[in-house]
Design a binder for this molecule. Structure first.
Ligand code: MG
Length: 125
């Protein structure tokens, strides 16, 4: 069964980037990626029936409206078992510590190192 991921980022280009980088895995049915362009959209998506099989959320931190940290808090309180990786352009201690304190499973730096991300995804499967 495909490993289902929800990517949340206010930059629309991210969708194309992920689709290109994971083209083979998507085509082979190893990975299924859905996209949301805000925290609000991500939560609405998770609340839809049929979204319960999402195994991992990858979320940007800096987004207009609901921030990635706010989304993380809500997701972890509603779906404690759902893994959440945060993506930040600022890999500083403050961001890392806050992400971990709010229950993030991982913090990735932007721009995303896709090689590293793929290795991490294997660990979550
Ligand atoms: Mg952003």
């Amino acid at each position: 069964m495909a490993f289902k991921i929800l990517v949340v980022d206010d930059e629309q280009d991210v969708e194309l980037l992920f689709k290109q980088r994971f083209r083979k895995s998507i085509r082979e049915g190893d990975i299924n990626i859905d996209f949301a362009f805000s925290g609000e959209e991500a939560l609405a998506f998770l609340h839809e029936p049929g979204s319960t099989d999402i195994a991992l959320i990858l979320s940007d931190i800096n987004m207009p409206g609901m921030t990635g940290f706010e989304l993380l808090e809500k997701v972890k309180s509603e779906y404690p078992d759902l893994k959440v990786m945060m993506i930040s352009a600022y890999g500083d201690d403050e961001h890392t510590q806050k992400a971990m304190r709010l229950g993030a499973d991982e913090l990735l730096a932007k721009p995303i190192d896709f090689k590293k991300l793929e290795e991490k995804l294997l660990g979550y499967r």
